[in-house]
Design a protein around this ligand. Sequence first.
Ligand code: SF4
Length: 257
Amino acid sequence: MDGAGTAGADGPDFPARHAPRCSGLGELDALVTQCRACPRLVAWREETAATKRAAFRDWDYWARPVPGFGPADATVAVVGLAPAAHGGNRTGRMFTGDATGDFLFVALHSLGLASQPTSLHAEDGLTLRGVRLTSPVHCAPPANKPTPGERDTCRPWLAAELELLSPGLRAVVVLGGFGWQAVLPVLVEAGWQLPRPRPAFGHGAHVVLPATERRQELHLLGSYHPSQRNTFTGRLTMPMLVDVLREAASVGGLLAA
Ligand code: SF4
């Protein structure tokens, strides 16, 4: 199935019409990669792939929406904001191929949640244990900033992903304040209830969303985003990120007793 040829894939309601009907993550991942609902992001992801970065001039960029990465029985979801133009948009795998991913995978590997500390390309053999990496916006945006409209258009994909993960999902780690603001309404759409006032983002923020008729209790944790700006300046250190991930992994039953 070719992305440009998928019926209705360029309609703004494509995610809302199709995401809730997916019966498994494989189906969802395949469908999200066909999406062309945001014209500005479609243009940007393809323009970036055409112009490339000099270091990647031999690459055939992915240039499509980047699906979540990790097993369907994950108990922990790690959520950023959107793929990077020359990272996920190039490699086709979440957090793969840029400095942000390098930092994150070292942290995950140190806890035994990633099979290797590097993430170079989609065929490098990396596997995750108990963790699913995803984002509320699946296409790389200019200046790493999706518009509110693009964020809302993309919301059904993540809501459906959390729905499919929900039987086992125990914790969601959100990387960065922009991601936090984008994820809160997704959690509501997926069936959890937020406290009022809505929980504020901060590094180390930890909010327990109570069980509802539809959902089990869910731990929501915040970490500064492992962007180069944060890691180079020391705002986010490796121990800080590992501490948050360890807390989530503990809630998710992923640490050895
Ligand atoms: S950002 Fe989301 S809704 Fe917009 S085109 Fe990409 S996958 Fe589709």
